[in-house]
Design a protein around this ligand. Structure first.
Ligand code: SF4
Length: 350
């Protein structure tokens, strides 16, 4: 699949009834889950998109684009409940065809309006009752075991809202990873954290059994960080750099990733230059378009997503840099770069 087509689908979305969707959660995506030419693809479901899915093919108007596509079917584990009556679907979700994703703590100390990341809706899914505030290690282990056994899940992503305390939520993930690995020893897990003040917790995450780690900065520009993420942007870039370096030391090159959002205000050249500095550090820059999702402040502000041409330009150039550096997303084993659904980087060779 060429990068431009993949980007057009990511930006303009598709018309389809997708049974597996994620909405109003942590981070910048809000999509239906599909398998496009064999790869996971999280695409916006847009009623007036020029792209429509019929009988397993993608059409632009009447033109068959030559891509096979399937919607991800509702997994069997969604129909189960824990012994104390919590539906598994409120504990973790299926992303793509084979990724189990959970937000271990669904609240964030940065969620008051003056501090919140403007593209994030972490507490909205909690308010609408589609998840629970905190998932226990035992609940996560139970759901992971069922998702692997019943639905062929091959990797797991654990993210968290930021908590008080110097570990900023990482310590809780250590306990969660340990419990899941005990229940399903072969399941690769990626953890996603803010830079912890106590860097030693990165080694603890590795020792608990995590395979890869995401420390997500979203933008390399301090002014834009403060504008879009007043709370998180107050964490100095030096703390990100220290955490990335420690994570590369502990987990290895290309086992560490960060999100870079296209559309916060950096030019394509600035984004690509920022991505290059990350690649030189051994950190995989997962470039994705910013989407003003329902429930976010960005949506209320009237922010718009970047154009497909800008997304294609940045993605193509970052994909080439990743290829040159020998850093493939799928080699991370677990996490967003390994899944690839929310970015077009895989189509661009990254
Ligand atoms: S890229 Fe990350 S957020 Fe997107 S579907 Fe895959 S695991 Fe989920």
């Amino acid at each position: 699949m060429d990068t431009v087509t993949r980007v057009n689908l990511a930006v303009h979305g598709v018309r389809v009834d997708a049974p597996v969707r994620r909405s109003k959660g942590a981070g910048p995506s809000d999509d239906g889950h599909l398998v496009l030419d064999g790869e996971n693809a999280a695409l916006p479901i847009v009623a007036d998109s020029p792209y429509v899915i019929r009988q397993g093919r993608v059409y632009e108007g009447r033109i068959d684009l030559g891509l096979s596509v399937n919607t991800v079917q509702r997994p069997q584990f969604y129909d189960l409940k824990t012994a104390d009556g919590v539906p598994y679907e409120k504990i973790a979700l299926l992303h793509g065809k084979d990724v189990l994703a959970t937000t271990v703590v669904q609240t964030c100390i940065r969620y008051e309006e003056s501090q919140r990341c403007r593209f994030c809706a972490i507490e909205e899914s909690l308010k609408q009752g589609s998840t629970i505030a905190a998932k226990t290690p035992a609940q996560l282990a139970e759901v992971a075991e069922a998702a692997v056994r019943l639905d062929g899940v091959r990797q797991m992503v654990m993210t968290t809202g930021t908590t008080t305390g110097p570990d900023r939520g990482a310590r809780n993930l250590v306990r969660s990873v340990r419990a899941v690995r005990q229940a399903v020893p072969g399941l690769p897990i990626q953890v996603q954290i803010e830079p912890p003040k106590t860097l030693s917790v990165i080694q603890d995450l590795k020792d608990a059994g995590a395979e890869a780690i995401g420390i997500h900065v979203e933008s390399m520009d301090d002014e834009l960080r403060r504008k879009w993420m007043p709370g998180k942007g107050s964490v100095p870039m030096a703390e990100y750099e220290a955490a990335w370096d420690e994570a590369v030391r502990v987990f290895g090159r290309n086992k560490v990733s960060t999100y870079l959002l296209i559309g916060l205000g950096e030019s394509p050249d600035e984004l690509v230059a920022g991505a290059k500095t990350l690649i030189d550090r051994g950190v995989y820059p997962f470039v994705v378009p910013m989407r003003p999702m329902l429930g976010t402040l960005a949506r209320a502000d009237g922010a718009t997503q970047p154009s497909a041409s800008v997304v294609a330009d940045v993605t193509t150039r970052v994909g080439a840099l990743l290829r040159e550096a020998g850093m493939l997303g799928e080699e991370q084993g677990a996490g967003c770069a390994a899944c690839g659904a929310c970015s077009a980087l895989k189509a661009a060779g990254g």
